[in-house]
Unconditional design. Structure first.
Length: 276
């Protein structure tokens, strides 16, 4: 496994590899769809050499990932060792920015009246600045410096996701799930058959950052019950002054404190650990 963090990751990689290029890369979040692609590539001898993963961080200074802890353990202790055993090179990228930096940063160039001078707060539901700043820009920068323009990137989109598939160009962005006729359910079953299904699917249908405003109530309740240290950290952060919006989820017009009170009312102020 090769890790490249912050501004130096591209330069370091190019110096090590001599600026080498590759033709086929799987973009992997280690969710069911992207891992099913790796399994299919392995089974069918697809010419894939690299598995590219961007780990968004919640707090770099404290080495806290944005991944749900069970998923992060699965990634590093089960999935990556298996992919390396199959001969794939797993590249882990991280931005020099983390969620807390993005949450607390001062807005300076907004065209919306009243926003400049305030802190960004939670990302907008449906338009995630964290994905843009801590993931997509990292991927784009790395691709530009390390891969040729005709490199094919495989993204995990199933055949029953017609709208998402329509956005792929079929050349530089393709789906092995589409090629081999895999639905989301078949992808999940394939991962389970190979011992490569993340434990998060026992309580959610998707994988995402633990602080995501789009998280379902079941996902949030899991965080509240099983990871109170992360929950309480988010709660404290939500009380930060001078936020551009008080809301955790703008669509539902609810604050993180609202969700906290809801769960406290349901549990008598206790989580599954018996902690208040």
């Amino acid at each position: 496994m090769e890790r490249f963090f912050g501004k130096w990751m591209q330069k370091f990689f190019i110096e090590r590899e001599g600026g080498s290029k590759t033709n086929y890369v799987i973009s992997c979040s280690f969710g069911k769809d992207s891992l099913a692609q790796v399994i299919l590539a392995h089974q069918h001898g697809e010419p894939v050499e690299y598995i590219l993963y961007v780990e968004v961080m919640y707090d770099i200074e404290r080495n806290i990932s944005a991944e749900i802890p069970e998923h992060r353990d699965f990634i590093y202790n089960i999935a990556i060792p298996k992919l390396q055993e199959w001969g794939y090179r797993v590249i882990v990228l991280r931005s020099e920015k983390d969620f807390k930096h993005c949450f607390l940063r001062e807005i300076k160039k907004s065209r919306v009246p009243g926003r400049n001078g305030k802190r960004s707060g939670f990302p907008l539901s449906g338009k995630c600045a964290i994905n843009r700043d801590c993931k997509q820009r990292v991927i784009d920068r790395y691709k530009k410096l390390n891969f040729s323009k005709d490199t094919t990137f495989y993204v995990g989109i199933a055949v029953d996701e017609k709208k998402r598939l329509a956005r792929l160009d079929g050349v530089t962005k393709q789906s092995l799930l589409e090629k081999y006729g895999y639905t989301e359910k078949k992808a999940k079953d394939l991962c389970a058959e190979h011992g490569l299904l993340s434990p998060i699917y026992s309580f959610t249908k998707r994988n995402g950052c633990f602080f995501c405003p789009n998280a379902s109530r079941q996902e949030l309740r899991h965080l509240y019950d099983h990871h109170p240290e992360l929950w309480n950290d988010l709660l404290r952060l939500s009380y930060s002054e001078n936020l551009v919006s008080p809301y955790f989820n703008g669509w539902r017009k609810e604050t993180f404190a609202d969700v906290h009170r809801e769960f406290q009312d349901m549990t008598g102020g206790k989580n599954m650990r018996g902690e208040g």
